[in-house]
Design a binder for this molecule. Structure first.
Ligand SMILES: NC(=O)c1ccc[n+]([C@@H]2O[C@H](COP(=O)([O-])OP(=O)(O)OC[C@H]3O[C@@H](n4cnc5c(N)ncnc54)[C@H](O)[C@@H]3O)[C@@H](O)[C@H]2O)c1
Length: 383
């Protein structure tokens, strides 16, 4: 098993207010007490500052800004020893309707970050997706490996593929210290309701029948966000420079199985959903072979049982619907992987965020106002 060869102390996490990025920030705060995190996030529609609210001020700083902003990067990158890059336009359906923002954020944004990494000589980890490999036939026993050729299907996956290529070229040409990870479909706390699992849960909660694309046969290889976070941390600290590692937890399930599981867990009839026409280019099956990460770096995934993983992040059980969907900002809030997260849950749903000056002149404060009248101070930096 590889030893840690890099011990970061001060990292930038881009997209740290999104679904997977915020889970990574919680993971670092919970598991690596010596590390300070600067979250750089533009707070586009899926970004939610509440996803990281309640974390200790001396460990996490929020910078509201865009990864395409080179001047901003010049101001914040110096003093950090690594960037872990999660920020992206990430929704396939949106990429089909409006591809341009995907080019801007996923390709130009990665280019700007690589240029900043080149200028300041820091370590870079690039978070990518298994969707760059296209899809597999439903009856094909094969899985994706690090040697599978790229074959993206959608504007989203093609821009992620392009960003991976930039990372490889900048590593070879300029000698940057980079790694790439390509992960399978994540589930867990803080996911935007536009995505498959939270969408089905919130539809059921709101009394609407869930909808299933095509015949529901498309297979996704599910992994809990906490396992993804530990994989990224392992690669950041032990990974070989210039290498790509696939992250997956052997969680293949087709969409109809997942939907029926959710309906059953929520006390509904397993067939209480409607079929809808499939989306164009819908990938059939993804499957990850993560042998390299497991054998070379000694990583093993947590939450390998999908059903208990779902329960652990707040899926309502029975008709009581004791759910954890944040009011007004419908996020799934997990049952807790650390004390910070349970504080957020205890606070109840977020009503709105108020801004005022810090009493010691340390910049504006964001104050989430919770349903139960509970407030928690959040310091942000505007540059
Ligand atoms: N969701 C999955 O299952 C999955 C699987 C594998 C890899 N990934 C990758 O993980 C990363 C995060 O995915 P996610 O599902 O958490 O996405 P998300 O859409 O929930 O979050 C994206 C975050 O990036 C921020 N952002 C967007 N554009 C920005 C910009 N120009 N500058 C700064 N911040 C910006 C948003 O505000 C948001 O907080 C992506 O790179 C995605 O490709 C996702």
């Amino acid at each position: 098993m590889a030893e840690e060869t890099f011990t970061p102390k001060n990292i930038i996490v881009t997209g740290g207010c999104g679904f997977i990025g915020s889970n990574f920030v919680h993971y670092v705060v919970d598991h690596h007490p010596d590390v300070h995190v600067t979250v750089l996030d533009a707070l586009t529609y899926p970004g939610n500052i509440e996803n990281i609210a309640g974390l200790p001020e001396d460990r996490v700083e929020f910078v509201h800004g865009n990864i395409c902003d080179a001047e901003l990067l010049d101001k914040i990158v110096p003093g950090h020893d690594a960037i872990v890059h999660y920020a992206a336009e990430s929704h396939n359906d949106n990429s089909i309707a409006h591809p341009e923002p995907f080019l801007k954020t996923n390709v130009e944004g990665t280019f700007r970050l690589l240029e900043a990494v080149r200028k300041y000589g820091i370590r870079y980890h690039h978070v990518s997706t298994d969707e760059v490999y296209g899809d597999l036939a439903l009856d094909d026993p094969a899985k994706f490996t690090e040697r599978t050729p790229y074959h993206p299907s959608s504007p989203y996956s093609s821009t992620k593929a392009a960003s991976d290529m930039l990372v490889r070229a900048w590593t070879r040409t300029y000698g940057l210290r980079t790694t790439i990870s390509n992960c399978s479909n994540n589930y867990g706390p803080y996911q935007h309701v536009e995505k498959f699992i939270p969408r089905q849960i919130t539809n059921i909660l709101e009394g609407e029948r869930p909808k299933l694309y095509g015949r529901g046969e498309n297979v996704r290889d599910w992994i809990h966000t906490e396992a993804h976070s530990s994989g990224v941390w392992t690669i950041l600290t032990k990974g070989r420079i210039g290498e790509t590692y696939l992250i997956g937890a052997d969680g293949e399930k087709n969409n109809i199985t997942v939907l029926r599981m959710i309906l059953k867990m929520m006390g509904q009839d397993e067939n209480a959903f409607d079929w809808v026409k499939d989306r164009p280019g819908h990938d059939r099956r993804y499957a990850i072979d993560s042998t390299k990460l497991r054998t070379e770096l000694g990583w093993t995934p947590t939450h390998t049982d999908f059903e208990s993983g779902l329960k652990a992040h707040g899926i309502p059980e029975g008709s009581g619907a004791d759910h954890q969907v944040v009011h007004g900002q419908p996020r799934l809030v997990g049952a807790g992987q650390g004390r910070h997260r349970s504080q957020v849950q205890a606070a109840g749903p977020v009503r709105h965020i108020r801004e005022r000056s810090h009493p010691k002149g340390r910049g504006p404060m964001m104050i989430p106002i919770y349903g139960k009248g509970f407030t928690r101070v959040w310091i942000s930096r505007r540059i």
